[in-house]
Design a protein. Structure first.
Length: 209
């Protein structure tokens, strides 16, 4: 995400303007330093994007093949297991508790959830379609946040919810990271974002970037 800083007048000290992130307006060593800073920032955002993509891709792979982590061996999607039944079926708090129970294990819910994990993961790793990935990922994180309902101190049976924070849990953090990556065009570094954006159908439909 571009950060704009403006020079302030101080006696004997002149700071370059970072407006627009264009190092070409800054002469000499200062311009080179700014270019290096922009490059490091872009690569850090690109690395964060790939790491976030792996979070979604790993969830997809583990739930599909039952790699023995969150999903036990032999309980993967390809083995007939349901990626949503365990999580949604165990929801015990919040305004959508009964709704999530109805969705748990439904074929449409399984496919929508898994395609979402795969699509978001591939988009992030490749650096393409980040706006779509951010929108889909934010909706997914919002639904998962509601399913866990961090504001509650007690579950529907009266037991402690063990919530560690009533608002800022990792679902909120992930959603904001996705939005920030899309806003910063983080696919341009360490990804295919620039080539993707240059395609005619993407250029004509900004929401595909």
């Amino acid at each position: 995400m571009a950060v704009h800083e403006h020079a302030h007048r101080h006696t004997g000290l002149h700071l370059p303007s970072f407006r627009g992130g264009r190092a070409g307006t800054v002469p000499g060593a200062a311009g080179s330093a700014l270019e290096r800073t922009d490059t490091v920032r872009a690569r850090l955002l690109g690395s964060l994007r790939i790491l976030m993509g792996f979070v979604f891709l790993w969830a997809f792979l583990d739930k599909t093949f039952g790699l023995g982590y969150a999903t036990g061996s032999g309980k993967g999607w390809i083995d007939g297991g349901s990626p949503t039944k365990g999580f949604l079926g165990s929801v015990a708090v919040g305004p959508m508790e009964s709704t999530f129970h109805d969705w748990a294990g439904a074929v449409w819910a399984d496919w929508l959830f898994m395609l979402g994990l795969l699509g978001i993961g591939v988009a992030l790793v490749a650096g393409i379609g980040l706006r779509l990935a951010a929108a889909a990922g934010t909706v997914m994180m919002a639904l998962m946040w509601v399913a866990e309902w961090p504001p509650a101190q007690h579950l529907s049976d009266g037991s402690a919810s063990m919530s560690t924070n009533p608002f800022a849990d990792y679902h909120v953090v992930y959603a904001l990271v996705l939005i920030a990556l899309a806003a910063a065009s983080a696919g341009d570094a360490l990804g295919a974002g620039r080539r993707w954006a240059a395609l005619p159908f993407v250029r004509d439909n900004g929401w595909l970037r």
